[in-house]
Design a protein around this ligand. Sequence first.
Ligand code: FEO
Length: 405
Amino acid sequence: MTSYEIKPDIYWVGAIDWAIRDFHGYVTPSGTTYNNFLIMDEQITLVDTVKSDFSRHTIKNIRTITDPAKITNLVINHIEPDHASSIDKILELAPEATIYITEKGRKGLEKQFDISKWNIKTVKTGDAISTGKYTLTFLETPMLHWPDSMMTYVKEAKLLISQDAFGQHLATASRFDDEFIECASRSELDDAVVDYYANILMPFGQLIKVKIAEVQKLGLEIDMIAPDHGIIWRKDPGGILQRYLDLANGKANLSIAVIYDTMWHSTERMTIPIMQGIKDEGVDCKVIKLRASPMSEAIKEFWKARGCLIGSPTLNNILFPSIAEFLTHLRGLRPKNRITGAFGSYGWGGGAVKEAYEEFKRMKLEVVEPGMQVLSRPSMEDESECYEFAKDFARKVKEYHGKFS
Ligand code: FEO
């Protein structure tokens, strides 16, 4: 591992986690990074730490630039352990360093560490420190991602260190957006942005809009946004701000996510005429089988599409467990501006489709009722009905989508 200069005398000193696949329940097939930044100035400042498993990585990276004992300031933008659990290791080397953190962050640290001997200064929006040639201004961003969260703006570098916001779970050799796009693709990067947003930040869309408006009102000049996960936005920082506004406004593609599970393939058989009906109405369609795909993949596809059809067999008169889990998880993410429907097979008494609609209504999502149910294996007639059901649903999705354009 090594360090990278991202701005004059400002270095990425973070860690790349190639192997993580389960990030507190969120599946991360591409791993992640824990980004933190060292500002070499009259006062040396470290902004954020890394997950404790990687503390020796960041310390080694810091050593390529300076002796960690020389760190004067430690800015902690967020206390979730993926960013803050190496604080004690840094302070073992730089015990006199002053921590800059929000009041909620300080209270949270008390639960994680013995902070009685640490120098801590709490900060709020607008507070600033000078490190020499650089000025660091703090901007509280509660609930992006936790109540303690804040961002750090380095005025003279036009750099916004944005903590979780604008991140992506991508372990990659690329440190910057333009590097990644050259090695992989823009669509792969956007997919990672949407995946991260949908699974982590979807409930906070309104707050995101307020914070972006606040940044714009402050007139901060920003030519680089450095999140604590994934690549750094240097080519198009304005693009990621706009992308977040779109996501926060619930912008979606004219497409339908068909998310299903199946016991003996009856519900699965229904997906074929359903997919065809959607396609024949000129609407794009993505079919995802739960238990074969990570939950986070299904959440991402749900958020990309304007419409969603849930397919669930009935098990003991209720939803199939994987579908129930998905809908519970989705409810917690507080989705909006989506239109939904349900289908499924049953053996003797139904129940799954009815429950799916109840869940959608709890989420205050638009619904197209009554859905489509098939007893046992779908017959040819049932398949024709599924096809017509899907065509009708796709027409309603087009109509609904039109309200947002
Ligand atoms: Fe990447 Fe909320 O921590």
